[in-house]
Design a protein around this ligand. Structure first.
Ligand code: WT7
Length: 647
């Protein structure tokens, strides 16, 4: 049914891991995880090497996930100090600006170490102590990586908030973890447009729950004039530049928190996914090396933003722990034109390129011209992440971008997993367009039916993972019970991913998408509940229901049904106002693509909104509505179908 792209023999000849090695090591990793991961842990530098490998139980009555828990290390030492003797002059980060006219910057490991040390000292001088939380709200500039590593150096827990989030979302995240300090910039730049980062922080800090913030460090980036509220606000360079260039690194236990990253779930506010130091760093670096078949001379580029987990694991921690050269791009794929990605590849001789299906689909729509105008001869490996890649986009990526020469690693993972769980190893595993293929070492995926029965062979079901891996999240910050309830209650003894999945006769995994109330918009997770609560916070809205629908470029789009309070009139003006309201409340990524007035919503007699029906209407599949007889008022469905957006 599907075609197979066998391992490229030329690629395999130089690859780190071939098929036999994959099979042998995978076996070893699940037969004796203690021995396997104990050996793997030697890739990190430890102040005190761990003697214990894992202490794990997914059982509800005796729940624990601990890895290397008598080991001590520091993540920034692993990403910086240990490279200085052998590769201090090697480029750690290449910074490519939003505009091609702005000169790129190369930051060596030595320089990065120095900058991280100065900021680490500055943070300590400002009273930040081990265990304190620091919020980072920065554009894609070198200081973002410096800030993360400086926190890691002094044992502060960073929480990076994506620069596209609005003041409300910043405030929620700051207050949930009681941040003491925020690092931001005057403005960001994306596609020639300015993002008022400092002004957003100012607005966020006027909101309740944010009074824990004592200091805001402001990086001068665009040079725009911003309000500085003294003594709270301090210019980054004024505070950081005078600091000493050496900063003693905190000895961290492997299970000490490294960072919190907020992600949307099916209910309530975003969860603070907490990752710890040893297991996370080990897993990020190991997967980065193996999945991307990392070589000494690679120039590696992941186009994600550091505001998402992909940026954490595969721009900063994985590549830098491996001593690699990692490119940070401030801009967007279509500015100043649709050749931008490929021009950057040629400019810096990028060898490994890792991006998202939504970007590929958007670029594919522009045709081959902008790609073929560039050489891309340096490329040897391509990667995809964030959502299922449709086979058509996969083939275009392979044939047009990679000139049919470069394997594609379709990497499935989640904020919660810390690193890649299912992906081809490019020298080992035959590719099938649209499949993330086989599990990484130590990862035991399985499919279950709704009742939690394990399903064997070629079949489809809910994707679970049967045992822990070092990069697994450890808790939801401040709410351990929510962690257990969200991931380990549905199927006792297993980690539930929230994804549906098919397994074919070769044992390959094909992720089919979320099975919960999470929408994947351009590879970003949006909780339907968050968009609904933003809509309902508008005084004219009585009720709202939000669902995903298939979208050509974004993968999924956001479709909102809105019921107004009695007496309010539906109008195009109000519709625009409500979309703008959601942007203001959450951020542009949560803007509904369509908004439909709903005089009534389909509800069961007990008052539960039947989203299944709303999804079918949004998909324009009114013939698949299924049984509507259990609804309190079946007639609302006909009315919604008749007035569907675009009907
Ligand atoms: C969800 C996780 C992984 C970092 C970026 C997103 C979807 C992710 C793939 C893929 C099919 C994928 C899943 C997953 N997803 N990668 N290669 N194929 N689906 O992290 O925001 O935590 O979202 O993204 O649905 O559950 P995230």
């Amino acid at each position: 049914m599907s075609d197979i792209y066998p391992v490229n023999p030329e690629f395999a000849a130089h690859a780190r891991i071939d098929r036999a090695a994959y099979e042998r090591d995978y076996r070893a990793s699940v037969d004796d995880p203690d021995a396997f991961w104990g050996r793997a842990a030697q890739r990190l530098d430890w102040f005190r090497a761990p003697t214990r490998v894992r202490d794990v139980s997914f059982a509800l009555e005796d729940f624990r996930i601990r890895w290397f828990d008598d080991g001590e290390l520091n993540a920034s030492v692993n990403c910086l100090d240990r490279h200085l003797a052998t590769r201090g002059d090697r480029t750690a980060l290449i910074w490519e600006a939003d505009s091609p006219e702005t000169a790129p910057r190369h930051v060596s490991y030595r320089e990065l170490h120095e900058r991280v040390c100065r900021l680490g000292n500055a943070l300590r001088a400002l009273g930040v102590e081990k265990g304190d939380r620091v919020t980072i709200y920065l554009p894609m500039i070198v200081e973002a990586a410096v800030a993360m590593l400086a926190c890691a150096r002094i044992g502060a827990v960073h929480s990076v908030v994506f620069g596209g989030f609005a003041p409300n979302s910043i405030a929620d995240r700051v207050s949930d973890c009681a941040s003491k300090l925020i690092i931001t910039a005057d403005e960001g730049l994306r596609g020639g447009r300015k993002v008022p980062l400092k002004a957003n922080v100012d607005a966020a800090l006027k909101l309740p729950g944010t009074s824990t913030v004592e200091t805001v460090l402001v990086v001068r980036h665009t040079g725009a004039a911003v309000d500085m509220q003294m003594p709270r606000d301090r210019w980054y360079d004024a505070v950081v530049d005078p600091q000493p260039a050496e900063c003693e690194a905190e000895r961290m236990n492997a299970e000490d928190p490294l960072f919190i990253l907020y992600t949307s779930g099916s209910t309530g506010k975003p969860k603070g996914v907490l990752h710890t130091t040893g297991g996370y760093l080990l897993y990020a670096s190991y997967t980065h090396e193996a999945v991307f078949d990392l070589r000494e001379d690679d120039v590696y580029w992941c186009t994600a933003d550091v505001g998402w987990v992909t940026g954490h694991s595969y721009i900063v921690y994985g590549p830098l722990a491996n001593g690699a050269t990692s490119l940070m791009f401030e801009g967007v794929p279509n500015y100043p034109d649709y050749s931008r990605f490929w021009q950057v590849i040629d400019r810096h001789k990028v060898t490994i390129f890792y991006t998202a299906p939504t970007a590929i689909r958007a670029l594919m729509r522009e045709g081959e011209g902008p790609v073929k105008a560039t050489s891309r001869a340096s490329l040897r490996l391509l990667g995809s992440v964030g959502e299922p890649i449709n086979p058509e986009a996969w083939r275009w990526y392979f044939d047009v971008v990679g000139d049919s020469r470069c394997p594609i690693v379709d990497t499935w993972w989640q904020t919660e997993t810390g690193g890649i769980l299912i992906s081809p190893l490019p020298g080992a595993i035959d590719l099938k367009p649209g499949s993330a293929t086989l599990p990484f070492f130590g990862v035991q995926p399985a499919l279950v039916d709704a009742a939690g029965q394990l399903l064997e062979g070629a079949t489809e079901g809910n994707l679970v993972i049967l045992d822990s891996w070092p990069g697994q999240m450890r808790t939801v910050y401040g709410d351990h019970q929510r962690f257990i309830d969200t991931y380990f209650k549905a199927y006792p003894g297993m980690y539930f991913t929230g994804d549906g999945c098919r397994r074919d006769a070769d044992g390959y995994y094909w992720i089919t998408g979320r099975v919960d109330d999470v929408i994947n918009v351009s590879g970003h997770r949006i909780g339907t509940a968050e968009v609904e609560s933003a809509l309902v916070s508008h005084p004219k809205v009585a009720e709202a229901a939000v669902v995903g629908f298939p979208h050509d470029i974004k993968g999924q789009g956001i479709y909102a049904y809105v019921t107004l309070v009695a007496g309010e009139a539906e109008s195009d003006e109000l519709l625009k106002e409500l979309v703008a309201h959601v942007r203001r409340e959450i951020g542009p990524i949560a803007s509904p693509d369509f908004l439909q007035w709903a005089p009534g919503l389909p509800k069961t007699r007990s008052g539960k909104i039947m989203r299944r029906i709303l999804r079918k209407i949004a998909e324009n599949a009114p013939d698949q509505l299924g049984d509507t007889s259990t609804l309190a008022d079946p007639s609302v469905v006909d009315s919604l179908v008749r007035h569907r957006h675009g009907a």
